[in-house]
Design a protein around this ligand. Structure first.
Ligand code: DX5
Ligand code: ZN
Length: 218
């Protein structure tokens, strides 16, 4: 069970303090949302900021690339300290090659699906990835409402994982709060990204409420 607060909702004027506070409050990973204004209608963080985050914390750095041609930036985000690099299936013409490139560079490799993209589009690479990120909002902004139709995709992925003896993590990102966390964990999710839910309240309390979704046995 992994809770990964997204720094997209942090106060960027005090980023180092925010990262340290959320890690001390129980975050397992720091989720970094990289946007290029092309794959998604917003621009955010580049390798320079990932490098600064990496310098301030020992927390695992989970880098979500919402950019076109992500292969051009795998080395830069690796050098900046990313422990996991996730690319979007929709942004990769050569997805198999791109996942191999991330693993060769050193970080763990993830693949992400937008709400409208079916699980079938990544079946051929499921044995290569460390993580599948199911987007539960259309990527681009924090604070959007959870899209319930993605729950079926999480179940489908969990079933495929079980049937094929695979061990990738299933991560869910967008509109996660205590209620939606329960829905996605019950469907098979292992890792939750939460931006506004964690950063709008007391970090330790919000993270603890998300962890309750996993119940005592997980
Ligand atoms: C959306 C990003 C998310 C976002 C989540 O494009 O990938 O990580 O920050 O924010 P909330 O939890 O506020 O929906
Ligand atoms: Zn994200």
């Amino acid at each position: 069970m992994i809770i990964a607060p997204s720094i997209l909702s942090a106060d960027f004027g005090h980023l180092a303090q925010e990262v340290n506070a959320v890690c001390e409050a129980g975050a397992d990973w720091i989720h970094v949302d990289v946007m290029d204004g092309r794959f998604v209608p917003n621009i955010t963080i580049g390798p320079l900021v990932v490098e600064a985050v990496s310098r301030t914390t020992d927390c695992f750095i989970d880098t979500h690339l919402m950019i076109v041609e992500p292969e051009k930036f795998v080395d830069a985000f690796t050098d900046a300290g990313s422990d996991l690099i996730t690319v979007h299936a929709e942004a990769c013409v050569h997805l198999h090659r791109n996942i191999g490139q991330i693993k060769d560079a050193g970080p763990k490799a993830g693949v992400s699906l937008n709400p409208a993209t079916p699980v079938a589009s990544i079946v051929e690479v499921l044995d290569m990835v460390d993580l599948v990120l199911i987007m539960s909002v259309n990527p681009g902004f924090g604070g959007q409402a959870f899209i319930p139709s993605v729950v079926g995709k999480i179940r489908e992925l969990d079933r495929l994982r079980e049937e094929n003896g695979l061990d990738f993590d299933i991560q869910v990102d967008g509109g996660i709060n205590a209620d939606t966390a329960k829905m996605v964990v019950d469907a098979g999710a292992d890792a939750l990204v939460a931006g506004s839910y964690v950063f709008r309240g007391n970090y330790a309390e919000q993270i603890a409420k998300l962890k309750e979704a996993f119940g005592p046995s997980r």
